[in-house]
Design a protein around this ligand. Structure first.
Ligand code: FES
Length: 122
């Protein structure tokens, strides 16, 4: 049911933890399943130089958080904003239809972290 990539990121998640002096923090939850995801970003010259996550959720949500934090490192803010739930799911080799909302959680938490970064910069 899950791709090898999902299993890899679930059993060996990258970038777990917090960034204490993060430039942006975004949190998103799904009231139906109760899963919650937090993404922390560090930004320098409009580029994401570090990213970490804390997720209380299902295996797919953990794999999504791990993958999305890997994907955004080295990307500009605009490039990171272009990442959708489909992009993350594709990078993971696909997600079962009933697990696409887990991917949505990642894309939305990332957008909120970027919003937070932009608001702090103002
Ligand atoms: Fe809700 Fe995965 S089941 S985030």
């Amino acid at each position: 049911m899950y791709s090898a990539k999902v299993m890899d990121h679930f059993t060996n998640p990258r970038n777990v933890g917090e960034i204490p002096d993060a430039d942006g923090i975004g949190a998103e939850g799904n009231p139906t399943c109760g899963d919650v995801m937090q993404i922390f970003i560090k930004v320098k010259d409009d580029t994401i130089v570090d990213a970490k996550f804390k997720t209380f959720g299902c295996g797919a949500a953990i794999a999504v958080s791990s993958m999305i934090t890997e994907m955004i490192k080295g990307k500009t803010i605009d490039e990171a904003l272009a990442i959708s739930k489909e992009t993350v799911a594709n990078e993971l080799g696909g997600l079962p239809a009933q697990k696409m909302h887990c991917s949505n959680l990642g894309a939305d938490a990332l957008k909120k972290a970027i919003e937070d970064y932009r608001n702090k910069k103002k």
